[in-house]
Write a protein that binds this ligand. Structure first.
Ligand code: OGA
Ligand code: NI
Length: 371
């Protein structure tokens, strides 16, 4: 049992003495993630999930009261020039937008959310078999984990995740749990087409040829993660996902209607309100660099889910393969003597290295490469 003592002199409740490593190991050993804790009936969350007050955020504290600050919902069936312009404006201002009429049937998105939820709700024994300590490491192309130990400096977050490697070197379909296998394979095809299309439109938005990314490894890697944010018994003590930017070119996200995702703009956090059937797209760090800061890799985060219904979201990250040896820097067409390159040349693996070594100072990822 936790021992909380109060010092009469400073009125601050003292933190109980605890061993992060030990608690974290015990949690990992359950192989059942945060959902396992909820299922066990806990009413207080373990200390390892407590975030320091200065980095805490929660659902009551939204700053979204300015009607001019809304992440745009863009109808992809509008005429071409208009779509290009709206995608460009949103990528420049927020680095985030939602798209509707994106051609992927809404029923497929709903179904995918349902089956990803079903994987997280498989019987304990089956989930334990899928559990992996390190979800980012290569190895089997499918795994289930909780990000409790990914960044040791930081408290754990209230979220479990399944991870599927779509390309290159795709998962053996037989390694995908049957309950979601067909839907994941279908999504793989759909997201590939959609990513290519978005790559064209976003290239055009920069004034480049629409086929600028074609034939390059820039969108070759597709990694899919399916997050599950169960109701948190103490949502004001922890978070769902810490503030971060995504590393690669862009991310395509499906979210259910529960809500919780927030985007940073001008020092404020604004809610990204769920729109049924829409896909959320955000620019990643590498695309910001290639665009020479024309596009912005927007910081985002998710608050701990206070609601009874679990929140499910599915992110597909488009990037070069981790082992890509090419050097990248701002597109030449976008630089000139008056508009010099703002970044040095880098390999995608250099970015990965910085990402893995990031620490509490939370220096912006792209700033590591700024000239
Ligand atoms: C991510 C992410 C947001 C969400 O996986 O990188 O930001 O809504 N997910 O789960
Ligand atoms: Ni993200």
């Amino acid at each position: 049992m936790e021992i909380l003592t109060t010092n009469v002199y400073d009125k601050q409740p003292k933190e109980p003495i605890y061993d992060r490593r030990k608690e974290s190991e015990a949690f990992g050993k359950t192989r059942l993630g945060v959902k396992g804790l909820v299922d066990s009936g806990i009413t207080r969350i373990p200390r390892m999930f407590h975030h320091p007050p200065e980095t805490l955020f929660y659902y009551e504290k939204t700053e979204n009261n300015d009607p001019n600050l809304e992440i745009p919902v863009i109808d992809m069936s509008m005429d071409h020039a208009k779509v290009v312009e709206q995608l460009r404006d949103a990528s420049t201002k927020y680095g985030f937008f939602q798209v509707i009429n994106h051609v992927v049937p809404v029923s497929h998105l709903d179904r995918l959310l349902d089956v990803v939820q079903a994987v997280h709700e498989l019987p304990d024994e089956e989930k334990k078999r899928q559990y992996r300590e390190d979800i980012l490491a290569s190895g089997p192309g499918f795994g289930f984990s909780s990000y409790h130990d990914l960044f040791e400096y930081m408290a754990a977050s209230w979220c479990d995740t399944i991870s599927v490697r779509l390309s290159p070197n795709p998962v053996d379909p037989m390694d995908i749990p049957e309950v979601c296998r067909n839907e994941v394979l279908e999504w793989d095809k759909e997201v590939t087409v959609l990513a290519e299309r978005l790559g064209e439109l976003l290239s055009e938005g920069l004034g480049l040829n629409s086929d600028k990314l074609k034939g390059t490894p820039l969108l070759e890697r597709k990694g899919m993660v399916g997050h599950y944010y169960p109701q948190c018994p103490e949502p004001n003590k922890t978070i769902g996902t810490a503030s971060h930017t995504d590393l690669g070119m862009f991310t395509i996200l499906i979210q259910d209607m529960v809500g919780g995702l927030q985007v940073e703009y001008d020092g404020k956090w604004i809610d990204l309100k769920p729109v049924h059937g829409a896909l959320v797209v955000n620019i990643g760090d590498l695309f910001q660099i290639l665009s020479n800061d024309k596009y912005k890799s927007g910081a985002h985060r998710v608050y701990a889910n206070p609601w009874e219904k679990p929140r499910v979201s599915i992110a597909t990250f488009l990037s070069p393969p981790f082992e890509d040896e090419n050097l990248y820097g701002p597109f030449e067409e976008l630089t000139s003597p008056e508009n010099p390159a703002l970044y040095k040349q880098l390999k995608f693996s250099d970015m990965l290295e910085k990402f893995m070594a990031r620490n509490a100072s939370s220096m912006s990822m792209v700033d590591h490469f700024r000239l």
